[in-house]
Design a protein. Structure first.
Length: 270
């Protein structure tokens, strides 16, 4: 019976991770809240790495055509210098530029950030800040498409992604908000946001392989981890599809309402 209850808890964590990773409400913050409510405490990064990897697979599958086109355009422009490849080449370069701030901050300060900012109170306050930011850009409609981006845009969005290392600050929210704030169209903002997610998540996976290999709970929690992984994979796919529809309609204000309500409730009751 205890095993079944534990499996159900990890099933719930997988649902939370999968549902919140693509949308601007902070998956890391919600996992901290969910683990507190369930009485679970994760030692090490194995669980985080596994569930993030599941989300990464789902998101890569959804954006597989964009990824293929960008890779082809990048190398096509280097090889031929044909103008039809230039837009995809520059977009790829800007993804690399936008990734750098988060990589530097994570390499230097990730452990300290998680130690200082992983309390429920901090997560609650961060959700309120996310709600304010979403509210401020709710009516913005940019004009920049893929070929109109600049290195400055990439740096600003990359800095926002670095700030999102703080639990409770949504990575997708920070990058989508900053992308829209610098003038990107909704579709371009969404694509750029999740292209930035891919290298950061891949880097986390590569660096975290040793954590998984040396996890003392790996055998005891094998089944719960597998349940959480596949739950996250499936739920992320459907959550991402849903969020793409929301972005197309420009209804980000509803996420702002959610962040306000959740942040206040977490502050009062947890």
């Amino acid at each position: 019976m205890e095993d079944i209850i534990l499996w159900l808890k990890y099933l719930f964590l997988g649902i939370v991770q999968g549902a919140t990773e693509p949308i601007p409400v902070s998956s890391s913050g919600h996992l901290i809240i969910a683990q507190k409510l369930l009485g679970l405490k994760q030692n090490g990064l194995s669980f985080e790495i596994l569930t993030n990897t599941a989300s990464l697979i789902a998101i890569c599958f959804i954006f597989r055509k964009d990824i293929g086109r960008l890779i082809g355009g990048f190398f096509g422009f280097i090889r031929t210098r044909k103008p039809e490849y230039k837009s995809d080449f520059l977009f790829s370069v800007y993804v690399v530029i936008g990734t750098v701030p988060a990589v530097i901050v994570a390499a230097l300060f990730k452990d300290q950030i998680e130690e200082i900012f992983s309390s429920v109170r901090t997560v609650s306050i961060a959700l309120l800040f996310t709600g304010v930011a979403l509210w401020l850009i709710r009516n913005l409609r940019g004009r920049k498409q893929d070929g109109d981006l600049t290195a400055r845009d990439a740096v600003l969005v990359g800095l926002a992604q670095a700030v999102a290392l703080i639990p409770g600050i949504s990575r997708s929210g920070a990058t989508v908000i900053s992308s829209i704030a610098v003038g990107m169209k909704q579709e371009t903002a969404l694509r750029f946001s999740f292209m930035l997610y891919i290298p950061v998540s891949l880097g986390g996976l590569v660096l975290g392989v040793s954590d998984i290999a040396h996890d003392p709970n790996r055998s005891a929690l094998a089944i719960p981890y597998i349940i959480a992984f596949f739950t996250t994979l499936i739920v992320t796919y459907f959550s991402m599809r849903w969020f793409m529809g929301i972005m197309a309609k420009g209804n980000l204000k509803y996420f702002s309402y959610y962040c306000f309500v959740a942040g206040i409730l977490f502050l009062i009751f947890l």
